[in-house]
Write a protein that binds this ligand. Structure first.
Ligand SMILES: Nc1ncnc2c1ncn2[C@@H]1O[C@H](COP(=O)(O)OP(=O)(O)OP(=O)(O)O)[C@@H](O)[C@H]1O
Ligand SMILES: [Mg+2]
Length: 326
């Protein structure tokens, strides 16, 4: 497979700005939720997107399925500009989304078999066939014979199973999972993550897997994007990133996860307001390694090895030191 056909989704310098008002009489200000993000998603892979709350993960997820339009830049799906999501889109059914709270995306007055069958409606499949396919899919996700019930009759984990069943009905090329297991207990989380892996084996969608939990992303994803204040700061294979995090922010996120590793300095200080981001590298006010240059100039991307790149003035030197020491 050539590199370009392997890349099913390509974001080219995508930005999304919002006009926000901070008080009743305040002037509107521009908030840059996503700032010139470039990345690609390969067929059938699981790509993680991590970062603290408010850094722009959901906005980038919604841009990646056409629910939001970029203010600048472009998103290509199968080599063609991604159209806005909706009834008339040629990409309809080919990119699906799973949210943190499936209750909000399931119609409370629709039986789950109707909800799961619904993505097939636009394909002109007769209702009886759609319902049968939905029942089969419900059985596949461990909810055999439950199709005539309503969403409120299920637990959080079961509702997420319903959302997963619904999302794979059209055999999509991409599923965007936005904090899909964040609201669940740890034991239910593990079951849902395994179900997502099984679904990927069976139907081969690529996942853009959004999470603030690095343990979960480490379990699910082959590659990871790290985002901070609307900007991507590091991109690389999970193994390299976990072993030798190049960006001080990646390092701090890893230090903050469970099983704290004392060799990495923890993250301190508040996230600056996206309405007034710091000059230079946006992470510099919280960075233990900052130099005067970091306060002035936004670092360019530096490639550390094929597929692993970082935006940091001090990273290269740090990575070669950490690789030498183990
Ligand atoms: N429709 C909108 N109008 C105005 N501002 C918005 C809108 N959507 C998002 N934002 C702002 O954009 C920034 C990024 O938000 P986003 O929801 O993408 O972050 P996130 O990384 O998904 O956060 P979380 O981890 O809490 O889900 C935030 O400052 C948010 O307030
Ligand atoms: Mg979010």
């Amino acid at each position: 497979m050539s590199q370009t056909t392997e890349r099913i989704l390509v974001a080219e310098s995508v930005s999304r700005k919002f006009l926000v008002r901070q008080g009743l009489f305040a002037k509107k200000k521009t908030l840059t939720a996503v700032d010139a993000a470039s990345f690609f998603l390969k067929k059938g892979e699981c790509l993680g997107l991590v970062g603290e709350s408010g850094c722009g993960k959901s906005t980038l997820g919604r841009l990646s399925c056409g629910l939001l339009q970029p203010t600048q830049g472009s998103i290509l799906f199968c080599g063609t500009p991604l159209p806005p999501a909706g009834a008339g889109s040629w990409a309809r059914g080919r990119i699906q989304m799973i949210f943190q709270d499936p209750f909000s995306s399931l119609n409370p007055r629709m039986t789950v078999q109707d909800a799961v069958a619904e993505p097939l409606t636009a394909r002109g499949i007769p209702r009886a066939e759609r319902i049968q396919a939905a029942e089969d899919m419900l059985a596949r996700v461990g909810l055999k014979g439950t199709g005539k019930r309503y969403p409120h009759e299920f637990s959080g984990g079961q509702r997420q199973r319903i959302a997963i069943a619904r999302s794979v009905m059209t055999h999509p090329d991409i599923i965007i999972c936005d904090e899909a297991v964040s609201a669940l207990d740890a034991s239910v989380q593990a079951q849902i993550l395994n179900l997502l892996k099984d679904m990927q084996e069976e139907f081969s969608p690529a996942y853009l897997f959004i999470s603030h939990d690095l343990n979960i992303v480490g379990f699910m994803c082959q590659r990871i994007l790290v985002m901070y204040l609307g900007r991507l700061l590091e991109e690389g294979p999970t193994e390299e990133l976990f072993r030798h995090p190049a960006h001080p922010y990646t390092e701090a996120l890893l230090a903050a996860r469970n099983g704290l590793d004392a060799s990495h300095p923890p993250l301190t200080g508040e996230i600056p307001s996206p309405l007034d981001p710091p000059a230079g590298c946006a992470f510099h006010p919280r960075c233990p390694y900052r130099k005067p240059l970091c306060e002035e100039t936004m670092p360019p991307w530096t490639e550390l090895s094929p597929g692993w790149r970082v935006r940091c003035h001090v990273a290269q030197q740090r990575v070669s030191c950490s690789q030498r020491s183990g």
